[in-house]
Design a protein. Structure first.
Length: 150
């Protein structure tokens, strides 16, 4: 198979696998009452150890418009998963933090993600999983090419 055909085949396999993983994750998230977008926001929020982020920080990290974050935060706040808190140094700034319910939800989300990954990885041996992990690390950590000028 020529290299271009092999690359096209690999791209198609990766897309199919990504779709399968998304479906499996959605299936595991449904009982928690959390959408994939909300789960992504919670994972981003959990990365802030010392100081809760502003909505603009979350929007930048998630690479979405701020309005999208507002909608997600509104829904999560209604479920008592997150709360808006004023910044202690600037009361005009609002920060988003996890509640105790949110931390429990995040733990459940992590378990759901592991279960979804297990569904997909089940046919692989430990050695194959390790090899796949190393290959994916190589791909994930390589520098992104600069966008082309048109």
């Amino acid at each position: 198979m020529p290299a271009s055909d092999a690359s096209g085949h690999l791209a198609e396999q990766l897309l199919r696998l990504t779709r399968r993983l998304h479906r499996a994750q959605k299936r595991h998230l449904e009982p928690l009452g959390i959408t994939p977008a909300q789960a992504r926001l919670l994972r981003a929020l959990a990365q802030y150890d010392t100081r809760p982020p502003r909505m603009a920080d979350l929007a930048a990290q998630l690479e979405v418009v701020p309005r999208a974050v507002t909608t997600l935060v509104d829904a999560l706040e209604a479920s008592n998963v997150v709360r808006r808190v004023p910044d202690p140094t600037n009361r005009r700034v609002i920060r988003i933090e996890l509640t105790d319910t949110g931390r429990a939800t995040l733990r459940a989300l992590r378990r759901a993600r592991r279960s979804a990954a297990e569904d997909i990885l089940e046919p692989l041996t430990e050695q194959e999983r390790t090899q796949l992990g190393a290959l994916l690390d190589t791909l994930a950590n390589c520098p992104r090419p600069a966008p082309e000028d048109d």
